[in-house]
Design a protein around this ligand. Structure first.
Ligand code: GLC
Ligand code: CA
Length: 550
């Protein structure tokens, strides 16, 4: 019997504060902006927020490079603004979890500056320095280029991500203690838990073994040595015990490198995290270790296999964090559907993808703008791109012999900026996001998708999201849709179909992933459909999605 928990019943909404709403008109979204939009979020029906980092940061990686964990970056506001946001959210019955980055800091963090300035400082060992790396591994950092960067005194430091994000040395007990104090300080501010950023990176093979290069850059993929390395268990156990293990907090881990069959060691009541984000189907178009430019072919069959495999593994042990979009992913319509059909069916497609992930077993995580059906933008030159990962990927593609056009095409397919251009509130200047000049360009391809317009249209994607939330959380079917088991049904190869079952009750979900009309089962009572006139007939129209009872 699954234990009841507030976070299992929650519907999460993920916010990228820089692009959500700019309250003071300087072109950058801020915490006051989030507070002002709480009524919108309440009305949407979500019950919890996950907010991307707003700590003090030089913003090389938009806040994932923290220079002071205890401060709010001035462009987002102040600690008082954070407290006000938490209090207001509480009044609305909305819980808040923060993104916590523990694998690295910014190179501007006083610890790192001190570590560089004085080799004998205690902070030197908070990071990973080597005087000589001639015999050490030459790994490729996640954003491209070596994981080793040279300091002024000639020594080298290790970074899994950008060179401005030096990795912390989790072997140092003093460092761990400082991190725990800081985490507890945030928990005491009244938050409900954390998304743990890149948490499987904290343990590495500190012998940094020499490994053969696998790319034109002379570097090698770090996956086997810098992700989820044995020994991590003790660190995660201690982290939990010293911090969020103290209360009824939720943790959702960004945990690359955990194979499905080992999930049970990580999620569940007595293990490390409440939930884990699965990448297997959201990164299905990427070849692990290769530049984005090397497109990976995938089939719907493979997608289904990955989706349901994750559901199987987590249903045996824990609880899933279901999502299709976040601040690192391009918008999903462009990823999962054929380009030729997008203009005609974008509306159905957005609702179909929503239906697909929202009713899986687990907690749904919506990403800002997904509920409007926002789509990828288009970059005509690499100069228009902000995301450090996209810039690194572009360079790497050129190095690997791709043409400039191919490298740019890859960025257009995959850039994280697609999820980071401003939220579209209304038809005013900058879609109502800001009265100033936005820090990043506004979207060009879906200007009609705004909160204002969709709020008054009963058939909009936004209205559909509201209906999904109501059906899952406030309907006679809530119990089965939240806590029910999941069983895959395999009708046509182009249809994704499953049922949720609990105590003799059953609800079915089907999504036609193709542009064809397909024969299908009779649907007795349709609870939700992405077409205006639910057919109920024995067929599914192009990209039709339905939730029904047999
Ligand atoms: C995670 C974040 C991503 C960030 C990286 C480094 O993958 O989701 O946005 O760039 O960690 O902190
Ligand atoms: Ca602002």
């Amino acid at each position: 019997m699954t234990e009841r928990k507030w976070w299992k019943e929650a519907v999460f909404y993920q916010i990228y504060p820089k692009s959500f709403y700019d309250a003071n008109g300087d072109g950058i979204g801020d915490l006051k902006g989030i507070t002002q939009k709480l009524p919108y979020l309440k009305e949407l029906g979500i019950t919890a927020l996950r907010i991307c980092p707003f700590y003090q940061s030089p913003m090389v990686d938009n806040g994932y490079d923290i220079s002071d964990y205890y401060q709010v970056n001035p462009e987002f506001g102040s600690i008082e603004d954070a407290e006000e946001l938490l209090q207001c959210a509480k009044r609305y019955g909305i819980r808040v979890i923060l993104d916590m980055v523990l694998n690295h800091t910014s190179d501007q963090h006083p610890w790192f500056r001190e570590a560089c300035a004085d080799k004998n400082s205690k902070y030197r060992d908070y990071y990973i320095f080597r005087d000589d790396i001639s015999k050490a591994s030459q790994f490729r950092s996640i954003f491209g280029g070596s994981t080793w960067t040279r300091t002024e005194d000639g020594s080298w430091y290790y970074h899994t991500f950008a060179q401005q994000q030096p990795d912390l040395n989790w072997e140092n007990p003093g460092l761990r203690k400082e991190l725990y104090t800081m985490i507890n300080w945030w928990l005491d501010r009244g938050i409900s838990g954390f998304r743990l950023d890149a948490i499987t990176c904290i343990q590495k093979d500190m012998s940094f073994p020499r490994v053969e290069a696998d790319g034109a850059d002379g570097l090698c993929d770090l996956r086997n040595y810098g992700l989820n390395v044995p020994g991590i268990e003790e660190k995660l156990r201690e982290l939990k015990k010293e911090t969020y293990g103290r209360g009824d907090y939720v943790t959702v881990a960004e945990a690359p490198g955990i194979p499905g069959e080992r999930l049970e060691e990580y999620i569940g009541e007595d293990v490390f995290f409440s939930m884990i984000f699965d990448f297997s189907y959201t990164d299905i178009d990427l070849e692990p270790g290769s530049p984005w430019a090397k497109m990976r072919r995938w089939s719907l069959e493979e997608f289904k296999e990955k989706l349901f495999r994750n559901q199987r593994f987590v249903s045996e042990t824990g609880w899933a964090a279901n999502y299709l979009e976040n601040h690192d992913q391009p918008r999903s319509i462009s990823k999962y559907f054929q380009r030729k059909d997008i203009e005609k069916y974008s509306d159905q497609m957005a609702k179909a993808l929503g239906t697909l992930f929202f009713f899986l077993r687990g907690t749904p995580f919506i990403y800002q703008g997904e509920e409007l059906g926002m789509r990828n933008t288009c970059f005509s030159s690499i100069d228009e791109v902000n995301d450090v990962n996209s810039l690194g990927q572009y360079e790497r593609a050129l190095e690997e012999g791709y043409t400039r056009q191919e490298a740019l095409d890859a960025v257009n397919r995959r850039s994280r900026d697609h999820a980071r251009y401003p939220m579209q509130w209304n038809g005013d200047l900058n879609f109502g996001f800001s009265e100033g000049k936005p820090w990043i360009q506004c979207g060009q391809t879906c200007g009609e998708l705004t909160v204002e317009r969709e709020s008054v249209d009963g058939q909009s994607v936004l209205s559909y999201y509201k209906k999904m939330i109501r059906l899952r959380n406030h309907s006679p079917y809530s119990e089965v849709l939240i806590y029910g088991d999941l069983e895959e049904i395999a009708p046509d190869p182009d249809i994704i179909c499953y049922k949720r079952i609990r105590g003799g009750e059953e609800v079915r979900v089907a999504v036609n992933m193709s542009g064809k009309t397909l024969p299908f089962a009779e649907m007795r009572q349709v609870l939700l459909s992405n077409y205006e006139d639910p057919s109920g007939a024995a067929l599914l129209r192009p990209y039709e999605a339905a939730v029904w009872v047999e």
